[in-house]
Design a protein around this ligand. Structure first.
Ligand code: UDP
Length: 447
């Protein structure tokens, strides 16, 4: 493999705010080589575009945090552009390795499985050439689950798996079921029953696995996390000044991929019928990247049309992809962050907003039922119910004092439950426990 090395920009961290003690690195010398596998979610790309979302963030953050705790972490993904460097070094013990499997261009995730076999071959080849033996693979999403299961046939390796999305749940909420559905459902069941451990990110996800996938297999709940230092360092005044938003404006914020499943239409229609509309300086900000002509570009156009039809164009802003550097300012400046997804396995946006002290109005589904505590950190509303969303948004916008209380509750909940360091610490303990047991006798990396 031709290798181009690039040292990545460090993640922005700020310690302006007093936060719980970071977890100390543990006995660094004893930690082993592990591989995080994320075939379609490249941990080294810019987040917020080209189908890049929560999974990319999760793998990158978990990888870096595990490396801080002493593990040697290689994150394997599929190379999706000939211009991309093949290896990106994030920190001394953490790097992204891009394998060539299929064309070096963007491939929609439902079509990637056709290249999974090549991905396995390339990963094995990489190990042979580098001489690295991974004692554990942590796979992400069903395509990577299959890669992990294949590796287990050839090597003595333990598998931990995180679904990020369950086909059995997703296919209930879409009108067109893709051709790949049966394959996906079969492998999602197989990995649950055979992996050394499944990591569910919320109790709700565990329930779905048990009721819709299989009663067999071992599941631990370890949530997703967020950077509690980066999110939450600014004051609301400073954030608004940075973005040029008036201090008396009522700002409603969405950020995420443009995908119908994200329910942006529900948010737009809810704000369209808000009681505060016309009385207050309302501002609706809908952030997220899109490519004209691609699925996200088409969804953005559809949303812009609804905004125009409802006469909301003068107070609605589409800032496009919001980069790492400015995202905390958007969350902090907002009076409320809305996550109107039809289904959400976890929903990083909710905890990022909460970390910034901003209450969240979210759909009463999936992981959002775990992260958002109604009346304490925000409010939940039935998915697709624009009237319920309008009522919830109005309740928060019309009572600034209560809004601030919810915001404080939100920050506290994230500090207690959802810091990346805490999440990585739990994963590290799980890996250590699993590695204490010998892997089933299998030969070394196959020739
Ligand atoms: N994101 C971002 N900039 C954008 C849009 C999204 O940084 O313009 C990030 C967002 O902050 C979050 C992730 O993308 O970390 C989306 O994750 P989430 O779990 O909410 O949704 P998913 O994309 O996995 O469905």
């Amino acid at each position: 493999m031709r290798e181009t090395w690039v040292r990545s920009r460090p993640l922005i961290r700020s310690n302006l705010r007093q936060n719980p003690e970071p977890i100390k690195p543990m006995d660094i010398t004893s930690k082993q080589h592990i591989a995080l596998i994320s075939v379609h979610g490249d941990p080294a790309v810019e987040i917020g575009k080209e189908e890049a979302g929560g999974q990319n963030v999760y793998v990158r953050q978990v990888g870096e945090a595990l490396a801080n705790q002493g593990w040697h972490v290689d994150m394997f993904t599929r190379c999706s552009s000939a211009e991309q460097p093949k290896i990106v070094e994030h920190s001394p013990r953490c790097r992204t390795i891009r394998l060539t499997a299929g064309p070096e261009e963007f491939v929609p995730r439902d079509e990637i499985f056709g290249y999974a076999n090549t991905f396995v071959e390339e990963l094995v080849k990489f190990q042979q050439q580098s001489g690295i033996k991974y004692s554990l693979v942590h796979t992400n999403y069903w395509i990577s689950a299959w890669v992990g299961m294949e590796l287990k046939k050839r090597q003595a390796v333990k598998q931990v798996h995180t679904y990020h999305s369950l086909g059995a749940v997703k296919y209930k909420s879409v009108t067109t079921i893709p051709m790949i559905a049966t394959t996906r459902l079969n492998f999602e069941k197989a990995v649950l029953e055979t992996a050394e451990r499944i990591v569910a990110t919320s109790p709700q996800e565990t329930e779905h696995m048990r009721s819709l996938v299989s009663t067999k297999g071992n599941i631990d709940i370890i949530p997703c996390g967020t950077d509690i230092h980066r999110f939450g360092a600014l004051s609301k005044e400073a954030a608004r000044a940075a973005l040029g938003i008036d201090s008396d404006a009522k700002m409603v914020f969405y950020v995420g991929r443009f995908d119908e499943r994200k329910g942006i239409e529900t948010l737009v229609r809810a704000v369209g019928q808000s009681k505060l509309r016309g009385h207050e300086k309302i501002k609706l900000v809908i952030g997220g990247g899109s490519r004209p002509g691609q699925s996200d570009g088409i969804e953005r156009e559809r949303i812009e049309k609804i905004v125009a039809e409802l006469g909301m164009s003068d107070f609605t802003i589409f800032p496009g992809r919001i980069g790492d550097d400015i995202l905390p300012a958007y969350y902090t400046a907002a009076d409320v962050c809305v996550v109107p997804s039809h289904y959400e396995p976890f929903g990083l946006v909710a905890i990022e907003a909460m970390a910034c002290g901003t209450p969240v109005v979210a759909s009463d589904v999936g992981g959002l039922q775990f992260t958002v505590v109604p009346e304490q950190t925000g409010l939940l509303a039935p998915a697709k119910d624009e009237v319920a969303f309008a009522t919830a948004i109005d309740r928060i916008l019309s009572n600034p004092e209560w809004r601030n209380q919810l915001g404080q509750g939100a920050r506290k909940r994230v500090e207690e439950k959802f810091s990346w360091d805490g999440v990585a610490h739990q994963l590290s303990e799980l890996y250590t426990k699993l590695l204490e047991k010998p892997a089933k006798a299998l030969e070394q990396v196959s020739a």
